[in-house]
Design a protein around this ligand. Structure first.
Ligand code: S5P
Length: 260
């Protein structure tokens, strides 16, 4: 299995190249999900955890005190600590509506988020609508192929279809939310949520697997970790522990697959 530096060379999207290289340089494949409902808390966490992560994943629409200065503040932190900003908006409308949701409204997501994601239910017009706005700005799209929640319909043939749609649009799509590696294109990234140190679930259908399951058994690239870090007594310490463990798993998986 080839490493991130080699995959950066094979990636078609410049943002994928940037992400592969920053992961290799920082030695981290940890994306952190900060689902805080207060802007200052989100920014403080981003600053604290920035050196440990490759991606900061946000949900701006849960902020009780959203202010239009957020994007600018997040971009400064992303530049200082070298991570990408991923707004987990999960677009799911027709292309025209989604393009407006991406560019306009309260949040002006396209102005500050490197990455966004979308469901494939509406079909390829949604990708075209987002691409029209995001591509000229050098942004990238992650398609939701599989989900971590109990009873999800996003699996099997649905996931295959998502991969096909993503690969057909690899000038804008740079990867998938997936529970395992799905695409054979080396430039495509796989990001997996539902990760904790120990497997389990929450009260609302979220299902957790371990870092080892996700990275070594199922060959994903990036783990997305939320409450295990944000709700830990010492979030920075927990981020460091998870980051180190995830990187070791990745190195082991590369060695195993190189030997095969
Ligand atoms: O299938 C999914 C896709 C996503 S993007 N399952 C998920 O949990 N997510 C997101 O990952 C979710 O919206 C949340 O922000 C994060 C997981 O958070 P945690 O606290 O359960 O680790």
């Amino acid at each position: 299995m080839i490493n991130f530096a080699e995959r950066a060379r094979l990636a078609l999207h410049p943002l994928a190249q940037k992400l592969f290289l920053l992961m290799e340089k920082k030695r981290t494949n940890l994306a952190v999900a900060i689902d805080s409902t207060f802007q200052e808390e989100l920014l403080a966490m981003a600053d604290l955890l920035g050196p440990e992560i490759c991606i900061l994943k946000t949900h701006v629409d849960i902020l009780a005190d959203f202010h239009s200065n957020l994007g600018c503040a997040l971009r400064k932190l992303a530049d200082r600590h070298q991570f990408l900003i991923f707004e987990d908006r999960k677009f799911a409308d027709i292309g025209q509506t989604a393009s407006l949701q991406y560019e306009k409204g309260l949040y002006h997501i396209a102005e500050w988020a490197d990455l966004i994601n979308a469901h494939i239910v509406p079909g390829p017009g949604l990708i075209d609508g987002l691409k029209k706005i995001g591509r000229p700005l050098g942004r990238g799209l992650i398609l939701i192929a599989e989900m971590s929640s109990l009873g999800t319909l996003a699996k099997g043939r649905f996931a295959d279809k998502a991969v096909q749609m993503g690969e057909n649009n690899n000038d804008f799509v740079l990867g998938f939310i997936a529970m395992r590696k799905l695409s054979r294109q080396p430039g495509m990234l796989h990001l997996t949520p539902g990760v904790k140190l120990k497997s389990g679930k929450d009260a609302l259908g979220q299902q957790y697997r371990t870092i080892e399951d996700v990275l070594e058994k199922d060959n994903s690239d990036i783990i997305i970790v939320g409450r295990e870090i944000s709700h830990a007594p010492d979030p920075l310490l927990m981020a460091k522990i998870i980051r180190e463990r995830a990187w070791e798993c990745l190195l082991r998986s590369w060695q195993v697959r190189t030997r095969v």
